[in-house]
Design a protein around this ligand. Structure first.
Ligand code: CMC
Length: 428
């Protein structure tokens, strides 16, 4: 195979090197394009064909339904690892030894409190505020309380910022939910695991000690692992691009949370459950909604279906579908919405419209059913996604900084007015 690509513009040929990744993905390196062509640029709305970086964190093959973090199959990690091990793996590149994991956890625990004044900010939000908006604001506010985390010039500075946010973020998540529910704001406990502490902080009632439940711990561990990274998706690209201006980690993460909030991205898990509830209340006629999803005049989309990259199946959805059956069975919860979801999925998988466009259930299709069975309110679903994605965002931000990537600054093709003479207001 030739290791260059040739581009001919106006009869002039330009040669560009090919970059080949460790999984033999090929990219055309056009770093010199504007220079050698005198300003020709590329245009690719939604970046469907554009690689924004070289990354050693996550590999996914959408055609074959493969997802690996640092080389490890998502199926193995979801089955055999816990969330904190996966966080370490994503951020630092290798599975931790027990000693490394203990130190990492101890460092995080030291940071698992937030400045008490954060409560004043939280108090200023109306109870009706969407938790994702509150979480983005509080994450950004952490910058003001931890200014040393902004200018990270060394790996030590980065490490300190990383353990700080891994410690404080679950507190913000739990408080966001508790504030909405009118529950007192609490903290985790030094002697609990990372995921156990999340459950304690979220569900502890003021009048009795929280009892841990292995089914919930395992279910949450699995869900968080499945969401932990997904290479250059919308929110991750946001984190990298905001971080590329050397804005601090917390500000970059806050921007990522806002990007995740949208219903085409992480907000889909809330939208799926609302859609399934809507179908149930409307008599459970899945065929009617399939027809709506296919009707180009109707803005309705089958939420939880389709993916920019997966054109075969989403391996995360496979694992979650199985987990949904197990968790609901273990908890003794019967949810008619799970049957509607399965019915919709079956119909879609054999429907010409969906088959032709390669639309399969994605990670968000079944996750909400598990969250709800665990007692998590629908409006918190995307917050749970953010909690899972946190290590991925951190890993990608750290990689971007360590590789000293340039500030993200795409070009455009201008299609507006040519030069116009200014007219004063009474001449217009
Ligand atoms: N229901 C009905 N039609 C769909 C759907 C859907 N969910 N998704 C895509 N299509 C159609 C779309 O109308 C288009 O049809 P046509 O070729 O006739 O114009 C074709 O499939 C390709 O869709 P697209 O919007 O060009 O594809 P995309 O890669 O830009 O968008 C997507 C991917 C995930 C935004 C989209 O599939 C979607 O809106 N899905 C529903 C929202 C959702 O579940 N999002 C969660 C994504 S997974 C979690 C995450 O990573 O955030």
């Amino acid at each position: 195979m030739s290791n260059t690509a040739i581009l001919e513009i106006n009869g002039e040929k330009h040669e560009f090197p090919l970059i080949v990744g460790t999984e033999n993905e090929i990219g055309i390196d056009i770093k010199t394009l504007r220079g050698v062509t005198g300003g020709v640029t590329t245009i690719d709305p939604g970046y469907k064909n554009t690689g924004s970086c070289e990354s050693a964190i996550t590999f996914l093959n959408g055609e074959e339904g493969v997802l690996r973090y640092r080389g490890y199959a998502i199926e193995d990690l979801a089955e055999k690892a816990d969330f904190l091990e996966v966080a370490y793996l994503l951020i630092f590149g290798n599975l931790p030894t027990q000693e490394q994991l203990d130190k990492f956890h101890a460092d995080i625990k030291k940071e698992s409190v937030v400045d008490d004044d954060i409560k004043k900010i939280l108090d200023a939000f109306p109870k009706t505020a969407h938790p994702m908006g509150v979480l983005a604001s509080l994450t950004s506010a952490l910058t003001a309380f931890n200014p040393s985390s902004v200018n990270v010039d060394s790996e030590d500075d980065m490490y300190n910022a990383i353990v700080k946010i891994l410690g404080k973020f679950p507190v913000l998540v739990a408080w966001t939910m508790r504030k909405k529910q009118g529950l007192p704001l609490n903290y985790g406990s030094e002697d609990l695991g990372y995921v156990e502490n999340i459950l304690k902080m979220m569900f502890e009632k003021p009048n009795k000690p929280y009892e841990q439940n292995d089914i919930l711990i395992n279910a949450l561990d699995k869900l968080l692992i499945l969401h932990a990274d997904h290479e250059q998706n919308c929110s991750t690209s946001t984190v990298r691009i905001v971080g590329s201006s050397h804005a601090g980690l917390f500000a970059s993460l806050s921007a990522g949370i806002s990007a995740l909030w949208g219903p085409l991205h992480g907000g889909a898990n809330q939208a799926v459950l609302e859609m399934l509830e809507g179908i149930k209340e409307d008599g459970g006629d899945t065929k009617k909604y399939m027809a709506k999803a296919k009707d180009k005049e109707d803005p309705f989309r089958l939420m939880g279906f389709g993916h920019r990259v997966y054109k075969n199946f989403d391996p995360r959805a496979k694992i979650i579908k199985k987990a949904a059956d197990e968790v609901l069975g273990d908890l003794g919860v019967e949810d008619p919405v799970l049957d509607i979801a399965k019915g919709l999925a079956e119909e879609a998988l054999s429907d010409g419209y969906f088959v032709k466009r390669k639309l399969y259930p994605n990670v968000d299709f079944y996750s909400g059913i598990i969250y709800r069975a665990m007692g998590i309110p629908v409006e918190m679903f995307t917050v749970m996604f953010a909690l899972g994605r946190l290590p991925g965002w951190i890993a990608q931000w750290r990689e971007m900084r360590l590789r000293k990537e340039p500030i993200g600054r795409p070009r455009q093709i201008y299609i507006g007015e040519n030069h116009r003479e200014f007219k004063s207001i009474n001449e217009r």
